[in-house]
Design a protein around this ligand. Structure first.
Ligand code: NAD
Ligand code: TYD
Length: 352
């Protein structure tokens, strides 16, 4: 009998696959169930190294289907859930906002309802962990950082949908006493990142000598965290955080987009034995993203003080590891950039 059964939603995606891998390897006595719909962003190849482990199982399911969620909870009787399944790309939320409401808001409420119904006799021993983003806090100017007390002020349909789902999770704690925890993390990077997001898109384009699109003047600032550090924070928070609490997770690694891409070009020139400076010539400034948030920066002091977590890598180190992974996993990259990706790329970037 497994020590604990945990459902991880979105486990075939970028961050979810790192969380699944960590829990499967770290906790051989737990039964880890990866619940994922396998949208364009979900890829079971992300979990090849652990898919045959006895404490791992995959269930293909859609969180927007309330009955299916209730059936799975009834059947599996999980001790906890770590919820990462979401539509996660801001640019897609600008062209299709309703998808984001359905998956991120309705999907989360379906899971909360399934948890409530299944755990009603003992909420305290069952944890609902909702993984969220720093984008719910809105945009910063040149100064300041987001703390757990910062008021929500989302600007994109993506961040509005995540903010809404966070509010529902808190409401289920306050109203019904569900044992919840929320974390809000800054931008992640690392292996298995779908190449619609800035870093893997730029790695792919630089490798293939294609233009690297930078929105606006490249002055927007993001706080970058290596994905394995996020997975480690989620592990600590899942096991140790108080019910109803919130934690910010961030890298203390603020970079303007243009400086980040220049660094990436330099690393790629070295790795691909290209003339220094040649990849930087691919940088192309394109029309800015609508409602583009200027700056995100996370104050993760609470997580450090309460649970002793710190990021393990600086961006310079993590970026080199990331480039190495992409260059030695060409099959993975070719697979995810064939078919629908080409259509998406055309729609998103042509005429920009
Ligand atoms: P991702 O897009 O790579 O993966 C999302 C996963 O969810 C995919 O495997 C997809 O198949 C699955 N999914 C989507 N809709 C589903 C549905 N209806 N039912 C079941 N599964 C579904 O996303 P990611 O970047 O790994 O982000 C994971 C979570 O972390 C999200 O909740 C996101 O908001 C949050 N987050 C991401 C970042 C980041 O930098 N990527 C930062 C902070 C927080
Ligand atoms: P992204 O990876 O989409 O993450 P988020 O929007 O959630 O922060 O984008 C990171 C930053 O890079 C953001 O400021 C938008 C910018 N960006 C570009 O300049 N060009 C691109 O092609 C993409 C996808 C993003």
């Amino acid at each position: 009998m497994a020590d604990k059964t945990i459902i991880i939603t979105g486990g075939a995606g970028f961050i979810g696959s790192h969380v699944v891998r960590r829990f499967v390897n770290q906790y051989p006595d737990y039964q880890i169930i990866n619940l994922d719909k396998l949208t364009y962003a979900g890829n079971l190849a992300n979990l090849k190294d652990i898919e045959n482990k006895p404490n791992y199982r995959f269930i293909k399911a859609d969180i927007t289907n309330s009955q299916q969620m209730l059936d799975i909870f009834t059947q599996e009787q999980p001790d906890g859930i770590i919820h990462l399944a979401a539509e996660s790309h801001v640019d897609r939320s600008i062209s299709s906002p309703l998808e984001f409401v359905l998956t991120n808001v309705v999907g989360t409420v379906n899971l909360l309802n399934a948890a409530r119904a299944t755990w009603k006799d003992n909420y305290d021993n069952h944890r609902f962990y909702h993984v969220s983003t720093d984008e719910v806090y809105g945009a910063l100017g040149k100064e300041g950082m987001f703390t757990e007390q910062t008021a929500y002020d989302p600007h994109s349909p993506y961040s509005a949908s995540k903010a809404s789902s966070d509010h529902f999770v808190r409401a289920y704690h306050d109203t019904y006493g569900l044992n919840t925890v929320i974390s809000n993390c800054s931008n992640n990077y690392g292996s298995h990142h779908f190449p619609e997001k800035l870093i893997p898109l730029a790695i792919h384009n630089i490798q293939h000598q294609k233009p690297v699109p930078i929105y606006g003047k490249g002055e927007n600032i993001r706080d970058w965290l290596f994905v394995e550090d996020h997975a480690r924070a989620i592990d600590l928070i899942y096991h140790q955080a108080a019910s109803g609490s919130t934690y910010n997770i961030g890298g203390h690694n603020e970079w303007t987009n243009i400086d980040l891409i220049r660094l990436l070009c330099k690393i790629m020139d070295e790795k691909l034995n290209r003339t220094p400076g040649s990849s930087a010539q691919l940088i192309t400034f394109v029309t800015d993203r609508a409602g583009h948030d200027l700056r995100y920066a996370i104050d993760a002091d609470k997580l450090e003080k309460d649970l002793g977590w710190k990021p393990s890598l600086r961006l310079e180190e993590g970026l080199e590891k990331t480039v190495d992974w992409y260059l030695s996993n060409q099959d993975w990259l070719n697979n995810v950039t064939s078919g629908d990706y080409q259509k998406y790329y055309e729609q998103q970037y042509s005429g920009r």
